[in-house]
Design a protein around this ligand. Sequence first.
Ligand code: PLP
Length: 473
Amino acid sequence: MQSRAPLLEALLEYNHMARGNFHVPGHKQGQAWSEREKRWFGSILALDLTEVGHLDDLHDPRGVIADAQALAAEAFHADHTLFLVGGTTAGNMALILSLCQPGDRLLVQRNSHQSIFHGCYFAGVRAIYLPTRVDVVTGLAEPLQPAEIDQLLHQYPDAKGVFITSPSYEGMVQPIRAIADICHRFDVPLFVDEAHGAHFGFHPVLPLSAMQLGADVAVQSTHKMLSSMTMSSMLHIKGSRMEVDQVARALRMLESSSPSYPLLASLDVARRDIVTSGRQRMEQVLHHLISLRAAMEAWCHLREVQMPGIQDPLKCSLKADGRMTGFQLARWLEQRGIYTEFADLAKVLLVFSLGTTAVELQTLSIELLRLDQHLTLLPHRNAHDIPVFPKPVSSDLSFAEIRIATKEVIPLTEAEGRIATEMLLPYPPGIPVILPGELFTQANIHYLGRIIEAGGKVKGSMLSSVCQVSVIK
Ligand SMILES: Cc1ncc(COP(=O)(O)O)c(C=O)c1O
Protein backbone atom coordinates (compact mmCIF):
# COMPACT_ATOMS: atom_id res chain seq x y z
CA MET A 1 0.00 0.00 0.00
CA GLN A 2 2.90 2.39 0.59
CA SER A 3 3.35 2.51 -3.18
CA ARG A 4 -0.06 4.23 -3.44
CA ALA A 5 -0.67 7.99 -3.15
CA PRO A 6 -4.46 8.08 -2.64
CA LEU A 7 -4.80 11.84 -2.55
CA LEU A 8 -2.77 12.44 -5.69
CA GLU A 9 -4.65 9.61 -7.39
CA ALA A 10 -8.00 11.25 -6.53
CA LEU A 11 -6.84 14.59 -7.95
CA LEU A 12 -5.73 12.90 -11.17
CA GLU A 13 -9.03 11.07 -11.39
CA TYR A 14 -10.91 14.37 -11.03
CA ASN A 15 -8.87 15.75 -13.94
CA HIS A 16 -9.76 12.70 -15.97
CA MET A 17 -13.48 12.78 -15.16
CA ALA A 18 -14.38 16.49 -15.00
CA ARG A 19 -16.36 17.99 -17.89
CA GLY A 20 -17.38 21.18 -16.11
CA ASN A 21 -15.87 22.93 -13.07
CA PHE A 22 -18.54 25.01 -11.31
CA HIS A 23 -16.84 25.53 -7.98
CA VAL A 24 -14.01 27.51 -6.43
CA PRO A 25 -11.14 28.26 -6.83
CA GLY A 26 -11.96 30.84 -9.48
CA HIS A 27 -8.96 30.18 -11.67
CA LYS A 28 -10.85 26.98 -12.69
CA GLN A 29 -7.76 24.80 -12.88
CA GLY A 30 -5.82 27.57 -14.59
CA GLN A 31 -8.42 28.36 -17.27
CA ALA A 32 -8.46 31.98 -16.06
CA TRP A 33 -4.69 32.34 -16.49
CA SER A 34 -2.81 33.52 -19.54
CA GLU A 35 -0.85 30.90 -21.47
CA ARG A 36 2.39 32.74 -20.65
CA GLU A 37 2.16 32.14 -16.88
CA LYS A 38 0.47 28.79 -17.27
CA ARG A 39 3.75 27.55 -18.72
CA TRP A 40 5.08 27.70 -15.14
CA PHE A 41 2.00 27.14 -13.02
CA GLY A 42 -0.13 25.01 -15.35
CA SER A 43 0.23 21.52 -13.93
CA ILE A 44 -0.04 22.75 -10.34
CA LEU A 45 -3.21 24.76 -11.13
CA ALA A 46 -4.81 21.61 -12.53
CA LEU A 47 -4.40 20.05 -9.05
CA ASP A 48 -5.46 23.18 -7.16
CA LEU A 49 -8.96 21.94 -6.38
CA THR A 50 -11.21 22.04 -3.36
CA GLU A 51 -13.43 19.76 -1.24
CA VAL A 52 -15.60 18.43 -4.06
CA GLY A 53 -16.49 14.93 -5.24
CA HIS A 54 -14.14 12.35 -3.78
CA LEU A 55 -11.53 14.88 -2.70
CA ASP A 56 -12.39 14.68 1.02
CA ASP A 57 -11.97 17.46 3.61
CA LEU A 58 -8.78 18.10 5.59
CA HIS A 59 -10.74 19.33 8.61
CA ASP A 60 -13.02 16.28 8.69
CA PRO A 61 -11.17 13.57 6.77
CA ARG A 62 -13.06 10.38 5.94
CA GLY A 63 -11.87 9.50 2.43
CA VAL A 64 -8.66 9.95 0.47
CA ILE A 65 -7.12 12.43 2.94
CA ALA A 66 -7.82 10.01 5.81
CA ASP A 67 -6.23 7.23 3.72
CA ALA A 68 -3.18 9.35 2.90
CA GLN A 69 -2.76 10.31 6.57
CA ALA A 70 -3.07 6.67 7.64
CA LEU A 71 -0.32 5.66 5.21
CA ALA A 72 1.85 8.49 6.56
CA ALA A 73 1.22 7.35 10.15
CA GLU A 74 2.41 3.86 9.21
CA ALA A 75 5.49 5.19 7.40
CA PHE A 76 6.51 7.57 10.20
CA HIS A 77 5.87 5.11 13.11
CA ALA A 78 2.90 7.10 14.48
CA ASP A 79 -0.59 6.07 15.59
CA HIS A 80 -2.08 9.12 13.86
CA THR A 81 -0.76 11.66 11.41
CA LEU A 82 -2.31 15.01 10.58
CA PHE A 83 -1.34 16.83 7.40
CA LEU A 84 -0.55 20.52 7.88
CA VAL A 85 -0.77 23.31 5.32
CA GLY A 86 0.54 26.03 7.66
CA GLY A 87 3.93 24.41 8.14
CA THR A 88 5.33 23.20 11.44
CA THR A 89 4.52 26.72 12.64
CA ALA A 90 0.80 25.82 12.70
CA GLY A 91 1.47 22.40 14.25
CA ASN A 92 3.56 23.80 17.10
CA MET A 93 0.98 26.44 17.95
CA ALA A 94 -1.91 23.96 17.72
CA LEU A 95 -0.17 21.61 20.14
CA ILE A 96 0.27 24.26 22.81
CA LEU A 97 -3.27 25.56 22.34
CA SER A 98 -4.73 22.09 22.64
CA LEU A 99 -2.67 21.07 25.70
CA CYS A 100 -2.69 24.22 27.82
CA GLN A 101 -5.15 26.54 29.50
CA PRO A 102 -4.23 30.16 30.35
CA GLY A 103 -1.80 30.23 33.27
CA ASP A 104 -0.60 26.63 32.74
CA ARG A 105 3.11 25.91 32.87
CA LEU A 106 4.95 24.25 30.00
CA LEU A 107 8.63 23.31 29.96
CA VAL A 108 10.12 24.77 26.79
CA GLN A 109 13.56 24.83 25.27
CA ARG A 110 14.78 28.46 25.31
CA ASN A 111 16.37 28.11 21.86
CA SER A 112 13.07 27.18 20.21
CA HIS A 113 11.56 28.45 17.00
CA GLN A 114 9.37 31.55 17.36
CA SER A 115 6.21 29.51 16.64
CA ILE A 116 6.54 27.84 20.05
CA PHE A 117 6.70 31.20 21.81
CA HIS A 118 3.81 32.45 19.70
CA GLY A 119 1.85 29.37 20.81
CA CYS A 120 2.65 30.19 24.46
CA TYR A 121 1.62 33.79 23.86
CA PHE A 122 -1.76 32.88 22.34
CA ALA A 123 -2.46 30.22 24.97
CA GLY A 124 -1.41 32.48 27.88
CA VAL A 125 1.09 29.84 28.99
CA ARG A 126 3.81 30.41 31.58
CA ALA A 127 6.85 28.99 29.80
CA ILE A 128 9.53 27.49 32.04
CA TYR A 129 12.77 27.47 30.07
CA LEU A 130 15.02 24.44 30.06
CA PRO A 131 18.60 25.36 30.98
CA THR A 132 20.67 26.06 27.86
CA ARG A 133 24.45 26.05 27.78
CA VAL A 134 26.39 27.39 24.86
CA ASP A 135 29.47 25.48 23.75
CA VAL A 136 32.20 28.17 23.73
CA VAL A 137 34.12 26.56 20.86
CA THR A 138 31.24 26.36 18.38
CA GLY A 139 28.90 28.99 19.81
CA LEU A 140 26.12 26.36 19.54
CA ALA A 141 23.72 25.27 22.25
CA GLU A 142 24.81 22.02 23.89
CA PRO A 143 22.41 19.06 24.09
CA LEU A 144 19.82 19.18 26.85
CA GLN A 145 20.57 17.38 30.12
CA PRO A 146 17.74 14.90 30.87
CA ALA A 147 18.52 15.10 34.62
CA GLU A 148 17.74 18.83 34.56
CA ILE A 149 14.36 18.15 32.96
CA ASP A 150 13.70 15.59 35.68
CA GLN A 151 14.56 18.20 38.30
CA LEU A 152 12.27 20.82 36.71
CA LEU A 153 9.38 18.36 36.55
CA HIS A 154 9.88 17.75 40.29
CA GLN A 155 9.98 21.49 40.88
CA TYR A 156 6.87 22.16 38.75
CA PRO A 157 4.63 19.10 39.28
CA ASP A 158 1.76 20.98 37.62
CA ALA A 159 3.70 21.40 34.33
CA LYS A 160 1.53 20.20 31.46
CA GLY A 161 4.32 18.86 29.28
CA VAL A 162 7.75 19.35 27.76
CA PHE A 163 8.39 20.86 24.33
CA ILE A 164 11.85 20.39 22.86
CA THR A 165 13.43 20.87 19.43
CA SER A 166 15.35 18.05 17.80
CA PRO A 167 17.28 18.27 15.58
CA SER A 168 18.37 21.90 15.74
CA TYR A 169 18.55 23.98 12.59
CA GLU A 170 22.21 22.97 12.35
CA GLY A 171 21.26 19.29 12.68
CA MET A 172 22.17 18.49 16.28
CA VAL A 173 20.01 15.82 17.90
CA GLN A 174 18.71 15.82 21.50
CA PRO A 175 18.69 12.77 23.81
CA ILE A 176 15.02 12.14 23.05
CA ARG A 177 14.67 8.65 24.48
CA ALA A 178 15.98 9.64 27.91
CA ILE A 179 13.81 12.77 27.95
CA ALA A 180 10.72 10.80 26.86
CA ASP A 181 11.29 8.26 29.67
CA ILE A 182 11.44 11.06 32.24
CA CYS A 183 8.32 12.78 30.86
CA HIS A 184 6.42 9.51 30.97
CA ARG A 185 7.44 8.86 34.57
CA PHE A 186 5.66 12.14 35.35
CA ASP A 187 2.87 11.18 32.94
CA VAL A 188 3.26 14.33 30.84
CA PRO A 189 3.64 14.37 27.05
CA LEU A 190 6.87 15.07 25.24
CA PHE A 191 6.41 17.22 22.13
CA VAL A 192 9.26 17.37 19.66
CA ASP A 193 9.61 20.13 17.11
CA GLU A 194 11.23 17.91 14.49
CA ALA A 195 10.93 20.49 11.71
CA HIS A 196 14.38 19.52 10.45
CA GLY A 197 14.12 15.76 10.93
CA ALA A 198 11.44 14.39 8.58
CA HIS A 199 14.08 12.14 6.97
CA PHE A 200 15.21 10.58 10.25
CA GLY A 201 14.91 6.83 10.48
CA PHE A 202 14.89 6.30 6.72
CA HIS A 203 18.53 5.21 6.43
CA PRO A 204 20.74 3.41 8.96
CA VAL A 205 23.26 6.27 9.16
CA LEU A 206 20.56 8.81 9.95
CA PRO A 207 19.42 9.30 13.55
CA LEU A 208 16.15 7.65 14.59
CA SER A 209 13.04 9.81 14.55
CA ALA A 210 11.31 11.24 17.61
CA MET A 211 8.40 8.82 17.06
CA GLN A 212 10.83 5.88 17.09
CA LEU A 213 12.41 7.20 20.28
CA GLY A 214 9.25 7.49 22.36
CA ALA A 215 8.00 11.08 21.88
CA ASP A 216 4.24 11.58 22.19
CA VAL A 217 4.06 14.08 19.34
CA ALA A 218 6.48 15.14 16.62
CA VAL A 219 5.91 17.92 14.11
CA GLN A 220 7.96 17.64 10.94
CA SER A 221 8.45 20.12 8.13
CA THR A 222 8.23 17.52 5.40
CA HIS A 223 9.06 20.36 3.02
CA LYS A 224 12.43 21.01 4.65
CA MET A 225 14.30 17.69 4.62
CA LEU A 226 12.00 15.52 2.49
CA SER A 227 10.38 16.46 -0.79
CA SER A 228 6.94 17.97 -0.22
CA MET A 229 6.09 21.56 -1.15
CA THR A 230 6.89 24.56 1.02
CA MET A 231 4.39 25.05 3.90
CA SER A 232 3.39 21.37 3.99
CA SER A 233 4.21 19.55 7.23
CA MET A 234 3.03 16.55 9.24
CA LEU A 235 2.07 16.19 12.88
CA HIS A 236 2.53 12.67 14.23
CA ILE A 237 0.92 11.39 17.44
CA LYS A 238 1.70 8.20 19.34
CA GLY A 239 -0.03 6.84 22.44
CA SER A 240 -2.85 8.38 24.42
CA ARG A 241 -1.29 11.37 26.19
CA MET A 242 -2.37 13.70 23.38
CA GLU A 243 -5.85 13.53 21.89
CA VAL A 244 -5.96 13.69 18.10
CA ASP A 245 -9.36 15.38 18.13
CA GLN A 246 -8.12 18.17 20.38
CA VAL A 247 -5.18 18.90 18.10
CA ALA A 248 -7.41 18.74 15.01
CA ARG A 249 -9.76 21.25 16.66
CA ALA A 250 -6.92 23.71 17.31
CA LEU A 251 -5.73 23.26 13.72
CA ARG A 252 -9.21 24.12 12.45
CA MET A 253 -8.87 27.44 14.26
CA LEU A 254 -5.38 28.18 13.02
CA GLU A 255 -5.36 26.96 9.43
CA SER A 256 -7.31 28.00 6.37
CA SER A 257 -10.69 26.39 5.75
CA SER A 258 -9.55 26.16 2.10
CA PRO A 259 -6.35 24.13 2.43
CA SER A 260 -4.20 23.78 -0.65
CA TYR A 261 -4.57 20.42 -2.42
CA PRO A 262 -1.21 20.70 -4.20
CA LEU A 263 0.41 21.00 -0.76
CA LEU A 264 -1.57 18.08 0.67
CA ALA A 265 -0.91 15.87 -2.36
CA SER A 266 2.78 16.72 -2.19
CA LEU A 267 2.83 15.28 1.35
CA ASP A 268 1.28 12.10 -0.01
CA VAL A 269 3.95 11.90 -2.73
CA ALA A 270 6.81 12.73 -0.34
CA ARG A 271 5.73 9.88 1.95
CA ARG A 272 5.36 7.43 -0.93
CA ASP A 273 8.77 8.36 -2.37
CA ILE A 274 10.78 8.20 0.84
CA VAL A 275 9.30 4.79 1.65
CA THR A 276 9.60 3.27 -1.80
CA SER A 277 12.83 4.72 -3.22
CA GLY A 278 14.15 7.03 -0.52
CA ARG A 279 16.75 4.80 1.01
CA GLN A 280 18.51 4.22 -2.28
CA ARG A 281 18.53 7.92 -3.18
CA MET A 282 19.62 8.87 0.33
CA GLU A 283 22.45 6.35 -0.01
CA GLN A 284 23.77 8.12 -3.11
CA VAL A 285 23.74 11.57 -1.50
CA LEU A 286 25.37 10.26 1.68
CA HIS A 287 28.04 8.57 -0.39
CA HIS A 288 28.89 11.86 -2.19
CA LEU A 289 28.94 13.68 1.14
CA ILE A 290 31.54 11.27 2.49
CA SER A 291 33.78 12.24 -0.46
CA LEU A 292 33.11 15.95 0.10
CA ARG A 293 33.98 15.69 3.79
CA ALA A 294 37.13 13.70 2.96
CA ALA A 295 38.22 16.45 0.51
CA MET A 296 37.66 19.08 3.23
CA GLU A 297 40.32 17.42 5.38
CA ALA A 298 42.98 18.83 3.05
CA TRP A 299 41.69 22.40 3.12
CA CYS A 300 43.57 25.07 5.07
CA HIS A 301 40.93 27.45 6.41
CA LEU A 302 37.42 26.18 5.82
CA ARG A 303 36.32 23.68 8.44
CA GLU A 304 33.12 21.88 9.27
CA VAL A 305 31.83 22.94 12.68
CA GLN A 306 31.72 19.88 14.92
CA MET A 307 28.41 19.80 16.79
CA PRO A 308 28.52 19.36 20.56
CA GLY A 309 26.15 16.36 20.10
CA ILE A 310 25.07 13.77 17.51
CA GLN A 311 24.75 15.36 14.08
CA ASP A 312 22.56 14.87 11.02
CA PRO A 313 24.98 14.06 8.17
CA LEU A 314 22.77 16.01 5.73
CA LYS A 315 23.65 19.31 7.43
CA CYS A 316 27.07 20.90 7.18
CA SER A 317 28.04 24.13 8.98
CA LEU A 318 31.22 25.67 7.66
CA LYS A 319 33.42 28.30 9.31
CA ALA A 320 36.58 30.04 8.23
CA ASP A 321 39.13 30.43 11.03
CA GLY A 322 38.21 34.09 11.60
CA ARG A 323 39.09 35.29 8.06
CA MET A 324 35.46 35.78 6.99
CA THR A 325 32.19 35.85 8.88
CA GLY A 326 29.49 33.34 7.97
CA PHE A 327 27.64 36.17 6.20
CA GLN A 328 30.72 36.87 4.05
CA LEU A 329 31.16 33.18 3.22
CA ALA A 330 27.52 33.00 2.12
CA ARG A 331 27.87 36.15 0.00
CA TRP A 332 31.07 34.88 -1.65
CA LEU A 333 29.33 31.63 -2.58
CA GLU A 334 26.16 33.39 -3.70
CA GLN A 335 28.14 35.52 -6.15
CA ARG A 336 29.16 32.22 -7.76
CA GLY A 337 25.63 30.86 -7.89
CA ILE A 338 25.86 28.70 -4.76
CA TYR A 339 22.90 29.47 -2.51
CA THR A 340 23.17 28.35 1.11
CA GLU A 341 20.53 27.83 3.80
CA PHE A 342 21.58 30.45 6.32
CA ALA A 343 24.54 32.31 7.72
CA ASP A 344 25.39 34.01 10.96
CA LEU A 345 28.48 35.74 12.30
CA ALA A 346 30.41 32.50 12.71
CA LYS A 347 29.24 30.06 10.04
CA VAL A 348 27.30 29.23 6.92
CA LEU A 349 24.92 26.28 6.81
CA LEU A 350 24.59 23.91 3.84
CA VAL A 351 21.58 21.59 3.64
CA PHE A 352 21.56 18.44 1.53
CA SER A 353 18.66 16.11 0.82
CA LEU A 354 17.64 13.28 -1.43
CA GLY A 355 17.07 15.97 -4.05
CA THR A 356 20.73 17.03 -4.11
CA THR A 357 22.44 15.97 -7.35
CA ALA A 358 25.97 14.69 -7.91
CA VAL A 359 26.62 17.58 -10.33
CA GLU A 360 25.64 20.17 -7.72
CA LEU A 361 27.91 18.53 -5.17
CA GLN A 362 30.78 18.58 -7.61
CA THR A 363 30.22 22.31 -8.30
CA LEU A 364 30.04 22.95 -4.57
CA SER A 365 33.26 21.08 -3.95
CA ILE A 366 35.09 23.11 -6.63
CA GLU A 367 33.78 26.44 -5.32
CA LEU A 368 34.56 25.58 -1.70
CA LEU A 369 38.11 24.69 -2.66
CA ARG A 370 38.42 28.06 -4.45
CA LEU A 371 36.99 29.78 -1.39
CA ASP A 372 39.53 28.03 0.81
CA GLN A 373 42.35 29.26 -1.45
CA HIS A 374 40.90 32.78 -1.47
CA LEU A 375 40.84 32.77 2.35
CA THR A 376 44.64 32.40 2.38
CA LEU A 377 44.88 35.92 0.91
CA LEU A 378 42.86 37.46 3.72
CA PRO A 379 44.20 38.66 7.07
CA HIS A 380 43.54 36.33 9.98
CA ARG A 381 41.20 37.82 12.57
CA ASN A 382 40.76 36.40 16.00
CA ALA A 383 37.95 33.85 15.71
CA HIS A 384 37.01 34.67 19.32
CA ASP A 385 36.11 38.16 18.12
CA ILE A 386 32.81 36.55 17.05
CA PRO A 387 30.33 36.85 19.92
CA VAL A 388 28.49 33.71 21.05
CA PHE A 389 24.72 33.52 21.54
CA PRO A 390 24.11 35.72 24.63
CA LYS A 391 22.73 34.26 27.84
CA PRO A 392 19.05 35.22 28.25
CA VAL A 393 18.17 37.09 31.46
CA SER A 394 14.54 36.75 32.51
CA SER A 395 12.53 39.38 34.37
CA ASP A 396 10.01 36.70 35.41
CA LEU A 397 7.13 38.59 33.78
CA SER A 398 4.74 36.35 31.84
CA PHE A 399 3.66 37.02 28.24
CA ALA A 400 0.21 37.93 29.58
CA GLU A 401 1.64 40.55 31.97
CA ILE A 402 3.72 42.04 29.18
CA ARG A 403 0.74 42.19 26.85
CA ILE A 404 -1.03 44.66 29.14
CA ALA A 405 2.03 46.66 30.32
CA THR A 406 2.63 50.26 29.15
CA LYS A 407 5.35 50.33 26.54
CA GLU A 408 7.70 52.78 24.89
CA VAL A 409 10.04 52.62 21.92
CA ILE A 410 13.69 53.52 22.45
CA PRO A 411 16.98 53.04 20.53
CA LEU A 412 18.52 49.57 20.94
CA THR A 413 21.77 51.19 22.07
CA GLU A 414 20.00 52.73 25.08
CA ALA A 415 18.05 49.62 26.11
CA GLU A 416 20.43 48.03 28.63
CA GLY A 417 18.58 47.05 31.81
CA ARG A 418 15.13 47.53 30.23
CA ILE A 419 12.53 44.77 29.79
CA ALA A 420 11.74 43.77 26.19
CA THR A 421 8.11 43.53 25.08
CA GLU A 422 8.79 42.00 21.64
CA MET A 423 10.90 39.15 20.36
CA LEU A 424 14.09 40.04 18.58
CA LEU A 425 15.26 37.27 16.34
CA PRO A 426 17.83 36.80 13.61
CA TYR A 427 16.00 35.18 10.68
CA PRO A 428 16.72 32.53 9.71
CA PRO A 429 16.93 30.58 11.98
CA GLY A 430 14.11 32.33 13.86
CA ILE A 431 15.45 31.54 17.34
CA PRO A 432 14.83 34.62 19.49
CA VAL A 433 17.86 36.35 21.04
CA ILE A 434 15.45 38.27 23.29
CA LEU A 435 11.94 37.23 24.29
CA PRO A 436 9.19 39.40 25.70
CA GLY A 437 9.92 39.73 29.43
CA GLU A 438 13.68 39.34 29.08
CA LEU A 439 16.20 42.03 29.89
CA PHE A 440 18.36 43.86 27.42
CA THR A 441 21.96 43.30 28.49
CA GLN A 442 25.28 44.60 27.21
CA ALA A 443 25.88 41.13 25.69
CA ASN A 444 22.62 40.80 23.74
CA ILE A 445 22.72 44.44 22.54
CA HIS A 446 26.29 43.88 21.30
CA TYR A 447 25.31 40.55 19.67
CA LEU A 448 22.33 42.04 17.81
CA GLY A 449 24.40 45.10 16.84
CA ARG A 450 27.10 42.87 15.34
CA ILE A 451 24.56 40.89 13.30
CA ILE A 452 22.99 44.06 11.92
CA GLU A 453 26.41 45.58 11.20
CA ALA A 454 27.46 42.40 9.33
CA GLY A 455 24.36 42.60 7.11
CA GLY A 456 22.29 39.91 8.87
CA LYS A 457 18.53 40.16 9.19
CA VAL A 458 17.06 40.66 12.65
CA LYS A 459 13.31 40.78 13.03
CA GLY A 460 11.52 42.51 15.87
CA SER A 461 8.01 41.07 15.96
CA MET A 462 6.10 44.31 15.56
CA LEU A 463 8.71 46.93 14.78
CA SER A 464 9.96 47.80 11.33
CA SER A 465 13.43 48.64 12.65
CA VAL A 466 15.34 46.65 15.25
CA CYS A 467 17.50 49.67 15.95
CA GLN A 468 14.36 50.88 17.77
CA VAL A 469 13.05 48.44 20.35
CA SER A 470 9.91 48.25 22.45
CA VAL A 471 10.41 48.10 26.23
CA ILE A 472 8.23 48.38 29.32
CA LYS A 473 7.88 52.01 30.40
C1 PLP B 1 13.17 24.47 14.53
C2 PLP B 1 12.07 24.99 13.67
N1 PLP B 1 10.81 24.76 14.03
C3 PLP B 1 9.77 25.19 13.30
C4 PLP B 1 9.97 25.91 12.14
C5 PLP B 1 8.79 26.35 11.34
O1 PLP B 1 8.61 25.46 10.30
P1 PLP B 1 7.69 25.77 9.03
O2 PLP B 1 8.52 26.61 8.12
O3 PLP B 1 7.40 24.42 8.46
O4 PLP B 1 6.49 26.48 9.50
C6 PLP B 1 11.28 26.17 11.72
C7 PLP B 1 11.51 26.93 10.49
O5 PLP B 1 12.59 27.30 10.12
C8 PLP B 1 12.36 25.71 12.51
O6 PLP B 1 13.63 25.96 12.16
